[in-house]
Design a protein around this ligand. Structure first.
Ligand code: HEC
Length: 130
């Protein structure tokens, strides 16, 4: 094989790699920690589990999201006009990096376009958890 052909193949593989989701780590964590309740497609479950896909809550309560993932939520909340009141358990073993990855997945999957969370933003939010 001529050397330049090898280069072409390497370039093709490199480009194919770029097409994969940039939020792979967050997706894997989401499937392991969150999808039981919020479902793989982020639609939630009826009146019990609020949706994450298209959820206005993600935008309105952006600064609270890291604390919710780590410490859970036991409140009455309104998501897209629907009231939810079941309890969500937190995952206190998550690191700030893992929370950043999950939030970047959730906020940019299923048609969501809520921008990117930086590690610094997540760390700052975590300092405010009650
Ligand atoms: C055992 C079920 C369960 C698991 C697991 C769970 N949640 Fe929740 N989640 C809920 C419930 C129930 C609520 C509503 C809590 C309330 O009303 O106080 C909620 C609320 C939320 C909210 C705010 C409301 C909304 O829909 O935007 C977000 C964001 C969220 N969860 C994300 C996550 C993420 C990310 C994970 C994984 C780290 C996760 N949840 C794991 C049940 C769960």
């Amino acid at each position: 094989m001529r050397p330049y052909l090898l280069f072409v193949f390497v370039a093709i593989f490199a480009l194919a790699g770029c097409e994969q989701s940039p939020y792979r780590d967050g997706e894997a964590l989401y499937k392991a920690q969150c999808a039981n309740c919020h479902m793989d497609d982020g639609r939630g479950l009826g009146a019990l589990m609020p949706p994450l896909a298209g959820a206005d809550y993600l935008k309105k309560e952006r600064a609270q999201l890291p604390c919710i993932l780590m410490f859970g939520l036991a409140d009455t909340i309104v998501v897209n006009g629907q009231t939810y009141g079941e309890k969500m358990p937190g995952v206190p073993t998550l690191t700030a990096v893992e929370i950043t990855n999950i939030l970047n997945y959730v906020n940019n999957a299923w048609g969501n376009q809520n921008g990117v969370f930086t590690l610094e933003e997540v760390r700052k939010s975590l300092e405010t958890c009650k």
